[in-house]
Design a protein around this ligand. Structure first.
Ligand code: SF4
Length: 412
């Protein structure tokens, strides 16, 4: 498995596979071809179908600022390797000087056909959760120790930076009123949820209100092109920070404890990324928000004092009850159903952790089995339900799948 640095990335929303991944790839390609006269990009699959709403063209143009740039949306060519595929050509003296075929595989990570990205180094020998569990049992360590042993002491600073960034995003999101960019004309809700005064509010209602407001805060920032952390993706960036923030406030935890929980969540996300997928275009929303819920459930159980088995059980529940979840963002914006869905997943993560703490440790379904199941289920989902905006809510809300120039108004 790769480093947690390849899982948690700080960057601009709204989509890790549609903005962050392409941006990183295009930046590296540009730096290798600084003497080009022009760049040509062809987007395929989900990038072509939802690239406008996800701001793919905007981020590519911004990255190639100063160069003539031509972007084509090819919705016809079938993607045989990965649904998020694009070609980038550097052109000099009217001839193609260099070409990459890039797969944006989710969470801001990308692969180049025929090449290996430098940062793709494997830092963990274990691949499945079972192997990790065995390692921890044999070495008498917990998941946080496991991360530090493999990544080195410097991972602590990295996780601290990630947690600080998550907190900043929540705090920013809680202070902003107004509309989210785009033609859905959605109001920001985080601040209102956070500030709402309810007479005789019960403890559980208060917890859910605050938890939801934190998730909305991050996802509204994401939908507005703000800075977020992929956890594991931009679209699913609100769930884990909301749960961590809520736990910190509720139990007055120190940042150091939250950073350890972030490492625990990272192990869960990494196992899913390695053995299945965190890409909505590949496996539907179960791979994004399902993974976020699983990560948050594991982190929450760790903070509640749960042992390795209880952490596994909570992570398994967090994913199991998202199996089959489709990805159908309206107009290709990461807004409906994404924002509210992160809040629901945050509440479900806390409930999964509570249940894992209450139930006996023996379970019929292991975390590894549910991860395998998620991947197979994702492969069985029709492409309509895998980030193409051609089915589900996206289809019902607006029958016209093609975008027009009005979409330019959302550029941030
Ligand atoms: S529906 Fe889920 S997978 Fe699809 S864009 Fe929204 S958050 Fe991502």
């Amino acid at each position: 498995m790769q480093s947690l640095k390849e899982l948690y990335k700080i960057g601009n929303g709204p989509s890790s596979s549609h903005t962050m991944g392409p941006k990183r790839a295009v930046e590296i390609f540009k730096n290798k071809n600084l003497d080009a006269d022009k760049f040509r990009i062809i987007l395929y699959g989900s990038l072509a179908l939802t690239g406008k709403g996800h701001l793919t063209d905007y981020i590519i143009e911004k990255t190639l600022q100063g160069y003539e740039t031509e972007i084509e949306f090819d919705v016809e060519t079938e993607c045989t390797v990965h649904p998020n595929t694009f070609d980038i050509f550097a052109i000099k003296d009217n001839e193609v000087k260099s070409h990459w075929r890039v797969y944006s595989v989710g969470g801001g990570t990308f692969q180049i056909e025929g090449k290996k990205e430098v940062s793709f180094e494997e830092v963990y020998n274990e691949k499945s959760f079972n192997e990790i569990k065995k390692y921890c049992q044999e070495n008498n360590c917990d998941l946080y120790d496991y991360v530090v042993k493999n990544e080195g002491e410097e991972i602590k600073e990295f996780l601290k930076e990630i947690w600080n960034s998550m907190k900043t995003t929540i705090r920013n999101g809680l202070t902003i009123d107004g509309m989210i960019p785009g033609k859905l004309n959605l109001d920001r809700r985080a601040k209102k949820l956070f500030e709402t005064k309810i007479e005789n509010e019960t403890d559980s209602l208060k917890q859910n209100r605050l938890l939801s407001s934190y998730a909305y805060a991050t996802n509204e920032e994401n939908a507005s092109g703000g800075i977020i952390v992929t956890a594991p993706t931009c679209g699913a960036s609100g769930t884990l920070p909301a749960v961590l923030y809520c736990m910190k406030e509720k139990y007055e935890l120190m940042d150091d404890q939250i950073i350890k929980a972030l490492a625990v969540a990272g192990v869960i996300g990494n196992v899913i990324k390695t053995n299945a997928s965190i890409s909505g275009a590949e496996c539907g929303c179960q791979a994004e928000v399902g993974t976020a819920c699983s990560m948050a459930a594991a982190a929450c159980t760790y903070l509640l004092g749960g042992n390795l088995q209880k952490i596994e059980n909570a992570a398994e529940m967090g994913m199991e009850h998202h199996l089959g979840l489709t990805c159908d963002p309206i107009y290709g914006y990461v807004q409906i159903p994404c924002i509210e869905r992160n809040a629901i997943a945050a509440m479900r993560a806390v409930e999964s952790a509570d249940l894992a703490m209450l139930l006996p440790e023996e379970r019929k379904i292991s975390f590894d089995v549910v991860v395998e199941t998620m991947y197979e289920t994702g492969q069985d989902l029709k492409s309509h339900y895998r980030e193409t905006s051609e089915g589900g809510l996206a289809k019902k809300y607006c029958r016209n799948k093609f975008y027009n120039n009005e979409m330019n108004e959302i550029k941030v």
